[in-house]
Design a protein around this ligand. Structure first.
Ligand code: JD2
Length: 241
């Protein structure tokens, strides 16, 4: 997979060179490139924005500059990801749908966003555009959202996470439940003991305890996820909780 990010603040994407995503790029598991949108400006002030048609506060990012950048960066079959507060919600399922793509190009807007014709032109050219939001709050631009989405997608690539088994159990994973609480040494700390069952070595009891805690936590914090569960997910022992 290749991931390109275009931004007027390319340094905002520096964290991509760190940790697992950085290692994946270094090892060739992932091709990663960050581009400065201003490289495609043609005026001496390197202008990327202008006043909005129809009036209103703020500025809008120009289609011509974005169009020139995407002409150079997007490859045939590449998917354009446009972070925006008005996008579809980015979820684990969306991450799973993106990890199979050959190229993802993240267009990081600023100001009041990018001229709508940029996405429209890519769609009219037969390309895929996903306008995505990472949550119901307002950021100042698309860079932070791109970091979130890139990490969520990149960690699903084979070989990026050391232990693939950990991808199976995770919150928002296949079970559709939040993750159970985790503990490690020392067994007693600050007058608090780790649950005895986890130290018992009794695998079946540990599995049951973890599932019970995951269901309790999901009911308490994300009842919407319980509603969305496949009816066969919860068994009689679960419903007794
Ligand atoms: N993903 C995501 C986002 C964003 C986001 C993403 C890109 C841009 C480009 C400009 N702005 C500022 C802005 C503020 C108000 C109305 C329009 N635009 C962005 C905000 N906010 N919240 C999310 N979950």
């Amino acid at each position: 997979m290749r991931i390109d990010v275009i931004s007027i603040f390319p340094d905002y994407l520096a964290p991509l060179s760190l940790s697992l995503v950085g290692k994946a790029a270094q090892s060739g598991l992932l091709e990663l490139a960050v581009h400065d949108l201003r490289s495609w400006t043609t005026d001496r002030h390197r202008t990327v924005d202008d006043t909005p048609f129809g009036g209103g506060a703020g500025m809008v990012m120009r289609p011509d500059v974005w169009g020139a950048a995407l002409d150079d960066v997007l490859q045939p079959g590449g998917t354009l990801i446009v972070p925006t507060p008005s996008g579809e919600t980015f979820t684990q399922r969306v991450a799973e749908s993106l990890v199979i793509e050959s190229q993802l190009v993240f267009a990081c807007g600023r100001y009041e966003g990018i001229d709508a014709r940029v996405a429209e032109r890519h769609r009219q050219g037969g390309g895929t555009v996903r306008e995505m939001s990472i949550g119901d709050y307002v950021l100042n631009g698309g860079e932070v959202a791109s970091l979130v989405m890139i990490e969520a997608v990149a960690r699903l690539l084979p070989g990026v996470i050391g232990n693939p088994a950990s991808l199976v159990e995770e919150s928002h994973g296949e079970a559709g439940l939040l993750e159970y609480p985790v503990y490690t040494k020392p067994p007693s700390w600050a007058g608090l003991d780790a649950p005895e069952v986890l130290l018992s070595g009794h695998h079946a009891k540990i599995v049951r305890w973890r599932r019970d805690r995951a269901i309790e936590r999901t009911l308490d914090r994300r009842p919407d996820m319980i509603e969305a569960l496949d009816p066969t997910t919860l068994d009689k022992a679960d419903l007794a909780l």
